[in-house]
Ligand binder design. Structure first.
Ligand code: CUA
Length: 332
């Protein structure tokens, strides 16, 4: 090779390396890092992005250069240069990708085993999903809630399942996602590292309310003292109808101004108190609302699908909670 060619190759190589390192360090395509998983997953992502940038620019650059430099000139009617294989080149472009894939594979495996390690003192939270809401059980405290509260810096072990179809429990800011499958319990461990509120999403198409499934829940990461206060408040029991409306997931499917709910999957509940007594002949308003919660298949409002409203409220709601909710809805 001529010295000028070598110099050109070195300059181009350094430029490619520069852009790759810049993309590795500066491009931030992810949401905030709110857990230990997020830090490690993002680091892996940036390494892969840097390597991919280098390879992309190298290959596309060589392609563009060849197209321009070796294109057919006017009047050139001859055959192309007869090229044979080049063993040295082929060994190089096989061995280098193999090394890159192996290194990234080992690195990714180490990240995976690291972030999936449960640790002995993790706090267990049972995650329940259904069309179209989440709820969270804290077996150590006997608490159930539609919002996920977590103490900062404490390892959590989620045991995730579904009561109907396949959902996927996803907290983007934690970089944590796992399928919720009926009849199975899947585990996900994470340590939240940043105080704040983070959205919870469903990442598996699960029916007409899929897009709004996360809107009634959020992950609240707080100090241990605030978390303890929240647990105490939950254990004291809530008679607040709006809290019950959220806890039982009604907010995921129905519209109700008093609860800040804007769901479109089920009937609009604004003004339900006036309409309830006219729906089913011989049924007064309170009986109709109660029956619609406990036995939703008995009467389905025209225009809405059957079998979307959960069928299991009779086993989940206490008589006290039911009468609080019914009285609340009667006044809407
Ligand atoms: Cu649940 Cu999508």
């Amino acid at each position: 090779m001529k010295p000028r060619t070598i110099a050109t190759v070195v300059v181009i190589g350094l430029a490619l390396l520069g852009v790759s390192i810049w993309s590795y360090q500066s491009l931030n395509l992810m949401p905030v890092e709110a857990s230990d998983r997020a830090v490690q997953v993002d680091q892996l992502f940036r390494v892969m992005l840097g390597v991919a940038t280098f390879i992309f620019l190298l290959v596309e650059g060589a392609l563009l250069y060849s197209m321009l430099r070796f294109r057919r000139r006017p009047g050139d009617e001859g055959d192309g240069v007869p090229l044979h294989d080049n063993t040295w080149l082929e060994v190089v472009w096989t061995v280098i990708p193999v090394i890159i894939v192996l290194v990234i594979g080992v690195y990714a495996f180490r990240v995976l085993t690291d972030i999936e390690a449960a640790g002995p003192d993790a706090m267990v939270v049972n995650v329940h999903s259904r069309q179209f809401s989440w709820s969270f059980d804290y077996p150590a405290y006997g608490v159930n809630s539609s919002d996920l509260h977590l103490p900062v810096g404490k390892r959590v072990r989620f045991l995730i399942t579904s009561e109907d179809v396949i959902h996927s429990f996803w907290i983007p800011d934690f970089r944590a996602k796992r399928d919720a499958t009926p009849g199975e319990i899947s585990q996900l461990v994470v340590t939240p590292t940043r105080i704040g509120s983070y959205p919870i999403r469903c990442a598996e198409l699960c029916g007409p309310g899929h897009a709004s499934m996360g809107l009634s829940s959020q992950a609240v990461v707080q100090s241990q003292a605030d978390f303890d206060a929240w647990i105490a408040q939950q254990r004291a029991g809530s008679n607040d109808p709006v809290a019950l409306f959220k806890q039982f997931g009604c907010i995921g499917c129905h519209t109700l101004a008093a609860a800040g709910a804007a769901g479109k999957v089920g009937p609009d509940l604004d003004g339900i108190g006036q309409r309830a007594g006219t729906r089913v002949p011989g049924q007064d308003a309170a009986t109709y609302i109660k029956d619609s919660i406990l036995n939703p298949g008995a009467f389905v409002v025209p225009g809405f699908p059957d079998f979307v409203m959960p069928r299991d409220f009779s086993s989940r709601i206490t008589p006290d909670q039911l009468s609080i909710l019914v009285n609340f809805l009667l006044k809407q």
